[in-house]
Design a protein. Structure first.
Length: 514
């Protein structure tokens, strides 16, 4: 996927997010939902008010929050609901799928083996993975362990449909599949985000240790960090008593529970399910000296290496209103600037979930925000919460509203979105009026087709994606943006002298064919 230069849009369509394409599968709402339980009184009511406002603004069902500062856990809390079908509350112990935030755990596992002398970062991957190859066999011989972790192998981005569809279900299958992907750059020359880099890294751990990636991670990372509630697969997750469900936007009903997406095929790139309380321990470790509760997990030098930028991004446009700008990639962490400080962060996205982990080593502060809303509103929410809370706990007075600045950068108008959604639920359309607008539309980006079926209107683009157009006013419709879940797309049909023009979010995309 494309890495956009604007830091806000990086979070929305970044190649580093794990995205599936499974359809929404919302259960029928109960006739009488149980009331939402309440959590104990908070020591940070201002933080709670800030978070509640963000949940409402970005239409987020539920979230987990942890803030650590100066070697201590400052605050851990849950907000909203695990499922809009049951209204069960999110607590600090609620498990969320964290997607690509898993990657730094895989880096930690590799670095532990480096610490033990069992791996060297600048050795070829083929030294540890027998028969390792890529589409360009000569390039494969030059791919090092560091290249995997820095995402500089040269592997082209994409290919995720293979594990989303279930065609790939193990790390060994992912390594074999990676060998069929194009090589887009020479090893070490460019940062190209691919989940297969981290599938290979997890398989490397398995080859060196003789343990599965899951077993190694549990024994050598999660257990020492007291993160024993974590799970690696959907079956185990759904047997636990306290987990969040993924959600997708239903235009008429709002955010509704959706299907889980399995990460089995690229587990070491994004399979972990974690709680805010346990993630607080992980933040403490990342901000520490390589020890946790008196036990050494990694040398300070290698922990610092994880946090050191390995490759810089090309020059970017001036910093936007938020002042947040990503500049490069370390090992399992993005590197950014914010308020003159160096920030390390990683997002994680899988259908219906979005996570942000962010910390500032120089200030010894970090925050994690977990949500059960996907790429789109989930990415905006977690970034707004993270930046706002970092400023709040550091006592920064920036002279601008970081949430409003973020919305400006992302061209997101929460009030307009909510107004249109509410209008779709009250507007009474006459399907007979749609006869004139049904048909084929030709534009510079290809053709689209508008068709009616069973009193519903649909649009099909050149890729045969089919979206329902839900009316909110005469000749005005809204559709769920499946690429950026939780966001909406507006379609408008304008008639002028018999010609009909189709606009998407105010931009002409086609004229109706005569």
């Amino acid at each position: 996927m494309q890495r956009l230069r604007n830091s806000v849009m990086v979070l929305i369509v970044l190649a580093g997010v794990l995205m599936g394409c499974s359809p929404s599968s919302a259960p029928e709402p109960d006739a009488e939902r149980p009331p939402t339980a309440t959590l104990p009184p908070s020591d940070f009511p201002d933080v709670d008010a800030f978070m509640a406002g963000l949940l409402a603004q970005y239409d987020i069902p539920g979230a987990g929050l942890a803030v650590v500062q100066n070697g201590a856990v400052r605050y851990v809390q849950g907000y909203g609901v695990r499922s809009t079908a049951t209204n069960e509350p999110v607590t600090p112990e609620t498990l969320f799928a964290v997607g690509s935030a898993t990657k730094s755990f895989t880096v930690l596992g590799v670095m532990q083996l480096v610490d033990q002398g069992r791996i060297r970062l600048d050795d070829p991957v083929s030294s540890y993975v027998p028969g390792f190859t890529l589409a360009d066999a000569s390039a494969a011989q030059n791919v090092t362990v560091r290249h995997l972790l820095a995402q500089t192998t040269g592997l082209a981005g994409g290919g995720d449909a293979a594990w989303v569809s279930g065609a790939i279900t193990t790390l060994s299958e992912a390594v074999a599949y990676a060998a069929t992907l194009p090589i887009a750059a020479a090893p070490g020359s460019a940062h190209i985000y691919s989940n297969y880099n981290y599938a290979i890294a997890g398989y490397l751990i398995e080859q060196v240790t003789g343990q599965s990636w899951e077993a190694y991670t549990r024994d050598h990372i999660l257990a020492p960090l007291a993160m024993t509630g974590a799970t690696f697969d959907l079956e185990t997750l759904q047997q636990t008593p306290n987990y969040a469900l993924p959600h997708r936007l239903d235009i008429r009903e709002g955010m509704r529970p959706a299907d889980f997406v399995s990460l089995a095929g690229v587990s070491s790139a994004g399979a972990l399910n974690l709680s805010a309380r346990e993630m607080a321990n992980y933040l403490l470790f990342q901000l520490g000296d390589g020890t946790f509760d008196g036990e050494s997990l990694l040398s300070p030098a290698l922990l610092n290496e994880m946090h050191t930028q390995q490759i810089a991004y090309p020059p970017m446009p001036p910093v936007g209103p938020t002042g947040f700008q990503t500049t490069g990639y370390a090992l399992g962490w993005f590197v950014a600037g914010f308020n003159g400080l160096t920030v390390l962060w990683h997002n994680g996205s899988i259908d219906g979930f979005y996570t942000m982990v962010m910390f500032i080593p120089s200030e010894n502060i970090g925050v994690v925000v977990l949500s059960n809303a996907g790429l789109g509103t989930g990415s905006l929410f977690t970034l707004a919460a993270s930046l706002g809370l970092l400023e709040r706990f550091m006592g920064v007075q920036p002279g601008r509203d970081v949430v409003a600045a973020l919305n400006e950068e992302a061209a997101f108008d929460p009030l307009d979105r909510q107004t249109k959604l509410e209008a779709t639920r009250s507007y009474e359309a006459d399907p007979d009026e749609w006869a004139a607008i049904v048909g084929d539309y030709q534009g510079g980006s290809g053709s689209v087709r508008v068709e009616a079926q069973d009193d519903h209107l649909y649009i099909l683009d050149a890729g045969s994606r089919r979206l329902e157009l839900v009316p909110f006013a005469a000749n005005n419709f809204v559709a769920a943006n499946r690429a950026r879940d939780g966001l909406t797309i507006t379609y408008t049909f304008v008639t002028n002298g018999g010609a009909i023009t189709l606009l998407r979010d105010g931009v002409v995309i086609g004229q109706k064919a005569s």
